[in-house]
Structure formats: C-alpha cells, structure tokens
Ligand binder design. Structure first.
Ligand SMILES: *Cc1c(COP(=O)(O)O)cnc(C)c1O
Length: 296
C-alpha cells in the first residue's frame, strides 16, 4: 500500500487565456497527487477522525456513501494504510456488477453493506454494526473533526500569495476548514456541485469558528446536479487538460474550474486577483464515464 506523500503536492499554473486577458493570476494546489486512492481533500478530512478513533482505542471504522463515493474509496484505503477495519454502508441494493469504486474499496478490505435508499437517508445502521466498537464517520467526512483536518490544507501554500482560494463544495467540510484557517485577506469562494443546495451555506457556517462569516457559495455551476454532466462540461475537461496538463474529475473539480473560468470572463474577480484553485482529487470517479470520453 502506497504511503501518503505530502511532498508530492505541487502548485501548478492554470494558464487559460481568460485569466491573462483579465489580468488575473491563477494557480492550482494539486492535492490530487497525494495518493492514487486517498486523493485530494479526503485524506485531510479523514486524518483527525482516524487519530480520534485510534486514541479511543477503536479498531473499526464505519462510514456511509454511494457507489461512486470518493469518501468510501478513501476511507477504505486509509483503513488499510492505518490498520483499521472498515465497514461501508452503501446506498441502494447490491448491484450485479459493482462499480469500480466499490470493487477497489472491497479489494482494500472494506466490508460493504448495502442498505435501501430509505434506510440510507435515515442513516440507519444495521443491527450487527450498531455496537460501540465502531468509530462512525459521517457521509463525506462532514463534521468539525473533518473541517479541522481540511484546515491543514492551508499548510501547503503561502496564504499571502493569494486573494481568492476557490474550492468545490459538497458537504462544505473542506470549505469550512479553508475559511477557518485563512483570514480576511483571502476570500474563500465555493462552487456548489449540488443543485439548489442553499442549505450548504448553513452546513458550512455551522463548522466555522467565526460564525459571523457568510460563506461565499456560488450555485450556478452544478450542471444539472450532483454527479450530473453535460457534453459542454466533458468538452471543457478535455480542453482544460490540453491547455494546462491538469486532469479534473467531472463531479467536483471540473465544475470548479469551469465556474472559475466563467466567473473570470464575467469580471467576478477584480484585476490583479491571485487565485488558488484547490484540486481536491476525485479522479477515480472518472472511471464511471464511457471509455474514450476523456483524453487523459
Ligand atoms: C468530496 C469531494 C469534494 C467535496 O468536499 P466537501 O468537504 O464535502 O465539500 C470536493 N472535491 C472532491 C474531489 C471530493 O472528492
């Protein structure tokens, strides 16, 4: 099992014409390079949960996710790496063919337990897993401990170099962590990947140290909703890769990059802004796309 290598994180230029036309500098923090499976923000969100579990003497982790969940894949890999038994409560009946994500998770020793969508929605844990020997992590790693871990993402760049830190928003845990560990010289801009998820603002806010901060979440770039995509988005991913050499995933980081380029075009960012986009990983999820869709 490959170790986590924090030194593999780089900051790469995002050289799109729109940024130079608007007098904006744009770079990307490549958390996707951390590890092939525990990629991106998921390791940061998990790190203190794992520490807490170990401190509490627990050797079993239990968490929740869908068939293509990056969080499930990352938890399985982290469990293997740190010697913890993992159980994944998976939304929906067991399919005839497991998704790549779930196949990988099972190969890494995660026990998969399929529950109905109804039970999943109510976070119902089947009886045999409900004893206190399990350390439970929320779906997507949402929570204060996750946000505290995500806050350590900011140790990998010089804050003063940037005016805007931009990230994709799912549960909002990463965004909260970024806000908690930056100050008012950096505006954290979140791009929601869920459709009309206006509750996301409250979800982020409840994890903030300073509750007076109003998280800046933009809701116009979900492309139809969570894990939905359009031909325009897929085309953008290929062209973005051609121009920058940076691969993105269609669920999170492609929507982030598309949004930031589009917002720059619309003069959302003042001239001389210095943007840092967080590449939060998720590339494993691209394997759900038909072969040949992407050029990387
Ligand atoms: C999970 C995930 C996110 C969303 O992070 P939240 O903390 O849930 O908002 C963003 N990008 C990638 C690649 C992810 O896997």
């Amino acid at each position: 099992m490959q170790e986590i290598n924090l030194t593999d994180i780089t900051i790469d230029p995002v050289a799109l014409a729109v940024f130079s036309e608007k007098g904006i500098e744009c770079n990307m923090l490549r958390l996707d390079k951390l590890h092939p499976v525990i990629s991106g923000n998921k390791w940061f969100k998990l790190r203190y949960y794992i520490e807490e579990a170990k401190k509490a003497g627990k050797i079993k982790l239990l968490t929740f996710g869908g068939a293509w969940s990056n969080h499930i894949a990352a938890t399985a890999a982290a469990g293997q790496l740190y010697g913890l038994h993992c159980t994944g409560i998976i939304r929906g009946e067991e399919p005839a063919h497991l998704s790549n994500t779930l196949t990988t998770a099972r190969q890494m020793g995660m026990e998969l337990v399929f529950v109905s969508r109804e039970d999943f929605r109510h976070k119902k844990i089947p009886g045999q897993f409900s004893d206190r020997s399990y350390y439970i992590i929320n779906e997507g790693g949402y929570g204060q401990t996750g946000a505290n871990g995500a806050a350590t993402i900011t140790e990998h760049f010089k804050k003063e170099n940037y005016t805007h830190i931009c990230c994709a928003v799912g549960t909002g845990t990463m965004m909260a962590g970024l806000i908690n560990n930056t100050d008012d010289r950096q505006q954290v801009t979140g791009i929601s990947v869920l459709k009309n998820n206006y509750d996301g603002i409250a979800a982020v806010q409840s994890l903030l140290i300073n509750k007076d901060i109003q998280p800046a979440i933009i809701h116009d770039y979900h492309f139809g909703g969570y894990a939905k995509h359009t031909p325009a988005l897929l085309e953008f991913m290929n062209s973005f890769y051609q121009q920058t050499g940076i691969p993105t995933d269609f669920v999170y980081t492609a929507k982030l990059c598309y949004a930031i380029a589009s917002l720059a075009e619309k003069n959302y960012f003042p001239e001389h802004s210095r943007l840092l986009l967080i590449h939060s990983g998720g590339l494993q999820g691209n394997s759900s796309l038909p072969k040949g869709t992407l050029i990387f």
